[in-house]
Design a protein around this ligand. Structure first.
Ligand SMILES: Cc1ncc(COP(=O)(O)O)c(C=O)c1O
Length: 392
């Protein structure tokens, strides 16, 4: 008899997957749903990975990752966020940020423990918390202040079962970079209530308009209660290489490593060498990608300005645009499904990221300018065809 645990049954596919499945019946769709760079890794990264294979650096590594990579990450974190991490005891290399966050939760949570997740959120947080028998506490966004985290609501949601708050800045899906005041307030809550912060920093380099990124780990007394989770996926266009890491307090890191010993053993060794090359290399490839994303964001913003029923506050980071479609009179899901059925353009309904996302859609601009131009033309035709669209 096939047996599926209740815990597994409780895990849901995301609405992103649902849109993807719906799109399969059409031949020529334009997809704005994809959450990965449309670039490949730089030549120096690819060569480093290939050379590692040729040189036989393709065995199991230490569970916690090869030492040279951990040392490189340690230097990088010191230079980048100004926090010192011991490469031996405070950093572990993980199979992407995804596995990193999962392992942090697995180490921290007893059944019934709560984790605060701020809407609109990356959907996997919720499923991962449930996979660890935890309880996700979803905090609606501050809709009056442009979907910023609602500090009051976050503070009042902490209970004696709360173990951590997950933050993600720059944020997928909104593209918002949290202000220093917001981060400081979240840090104050963590200190006051004696809880941890899981800081998902996978988009920290994809920032526009000269904004500066500040990690919550760098705030006073926060290193000891923060797990910095980062990845090579977005910054270096290395999604398929599956390398990320967690930096934080020694006891949590050593327990993550213990879990890793029993799950994946280690991250693929050639990928670890490639990741090292990414950190040691120039930023030319990253800068090229950022300038493409910026050009696309600006184009999208310009196009949306002339469309009725929609509004868009330019993303400060990431490669996502979170667009209000409230003036179209359609719900997020109606808009997304009709846009797919009528024009074969795939977007993600904002409700995929929590209830606060109602009235929004997310589009990913990690796709070519040609696709973006065509997609925007089709979206404009679609919107102009909606009966009760608010023409402002
Ligand atoms: C906010 C956020 N965190 C983590 C991840 C996972 O990244 P990785 O490829 O490192 O597992 C993603 C991927 O889409 C993401 O958007």
């Amino acid at each position: 008899m096939i047996t599926i645990s209740d815990n597994t049954k409780a895990i849901k596919h995301s609405k992103i997957r649902d849109m993807f499945n719906r799109s399969l019946k059409y031949d020529n769709v334009i997809s704005f749903a994809i959450g990965e760079p449309d670039f490949t890794a730089s030549e120096e990264v690819v060569l480093a990975g290939c050379n590692a294979i040729i040189e036989g650096k393709s065995k199991y590594s230490e569970n916690t990752g090869i030492m040279p990579l951990r040392m490189t990450i340690s230097n990088y974190l010191y230079n980048e966020i100004g926090v010192e991490y011991d490469p031996i005891s405070e950093i572990t290399v993980t199979t992407g940020a995804m596995c990193g966050i999962y392992q942090v939760l697995k180490v921290m949570l007893n059944p019934g423990d709560e984790v605060i997740v701020i809407e609109p959120y990356w959907t996997n947080y919720i499923q991962q918390i449930i996979m660890c028998y935890g309880v996700p506490i979803s905090i609606p966004a501050d809709t009056i202040n442009g979907l910023q985290p609602d500090i009051k609501k976050i503070r009042s949601s902490v209970t004696n079962r709360t173990k951590a708050i997950i933050i993600n800045s720059p944020c997928n899906p909104t593209g918002i970079v949290f202000s220093n005041e917001i981060i400081k307030s979240i840090a104050e809550i963590a200190k006051e209530k004696d809880i941890f912060i899981i800081s998902d920093e996978v988009y920290k380099h994809i920032i526009f308009d000269n904004l500066q990124y500040k990690s919550i780990a760098s705030f006073e007394d926060m290193k000891k209660r923060t797990l910095v989770v980062d990845s090579f996926s977005k910054t270096y266009a290395m999604t398929g290489w599956r390398v990320g890491y967690v930096a934080g307090p020694q006891q949590i890191i050593s327990n993550i490593t213990k879990l890793q010993e029993n799950i994946t053993a280690c991250v693929s060794m050639p990928s670890q060498y490639a990741a090292m090359a990414a950190l040691n290399g120039t930023r030319n490839h990253l800068n090229m990608m950022i300038s493409c994303y910026k050009e696309r964001r600006d184009y999208i913003s310009k196009r949306l300005e002339s469309m009725p029923g929609v509004s868009y506050k330019k993303s400060s980071g990431t490669f996502y645009a979170f667009i209000s479609i409230k003036g179209t009179g359609l719900s997020s899901e109606e808009f997304s499904i009709r846009l797919l059925e009528e024009k074969q353009v795939v977007v993600v309904p904002g409700t995929a990221f929590g209830n606060s996302g109602e009235g929004y859609i997310r589009i990913s601009f990690a796709t070519s300018m040609e696709n973006i131009q065509k997609g925007m033309d089709l979206m404009e035709e679609f919107i102009r065809g909606i009966k009760h669209v608010n023409k402002h």
